[in-house]
Ligand binder design. Structure first.
Ligand SMILES: [Fe+2]
Ligand SMILES: [Fe+2]
Length: 145
């Protein structure tokens, strides 16, 4: 498996969790549990992605701009996650803000899959993209354990 295939697995998990959260209501155990998983998943994915794919891409002149753009979007998502942690989960404001986060996350992963990965796969060798997948796995494990 290469790094792109591995990252797409996580993106699909993020899309699925976000849909499930939208289907929950009020301050319920279900919403609380799904949101905790979503936040953990997003945090660990973004960090491990930055330490593998993006640090590699950042070093290549043609990749720097896209890498910076994606890292800035990680920061925006993280800010929204923090705001959500401070809001009452049962309020209308919470679900409205979550909807905004979901929209941003979907935009981000779509952009990675449609723009960033095709570019990166031209700039990074096949062998290296396989190595990066296993580094990603290690980094993500370290974050979540
Ligand atoms: Fe990302
Ligand atoms: Fe990603």
């Amino acid at each position: 498996m290469n790094i792109y295939e591995r990252l797409i697995q996580d993106h699909d998990k993020q899309r699925e969790l976000a849909e499930k959260i939208m289907a929950t209501s009020g301050d319920s155990d279900q919403r609380r549990d799904l949101f905790r998983r979503f936040k953990e998943e997003l945090d660990a994915h973004a960090l491990a992605e930055e330490q593998t794919l993006y640090s590699e891409l950042m070093e290549i002149p043609e990749g720097t701009e896209k890498a910076r753009h994606s890292v800035a979007e990680h920061k925006d998502a993280d800010d929204l996650l923090q705001e959500l942690c401070e809001l009452d989960m049962g309020s209308g404001g919470w679900i409205n803000k979550f909807k905004k986060l979901k929209h941003e996350v979907i935009h981000h992963v779509d952009e990675e899959e449609e723009d960033v990965f095709p570019l990166a796969s031209r700039l990074i060798s096949e062998q290296r993209s396989n190595e990066l997948a296993s580094y990603f796995e290690d980094r993500k494990q370290a974050e979540t354990s």
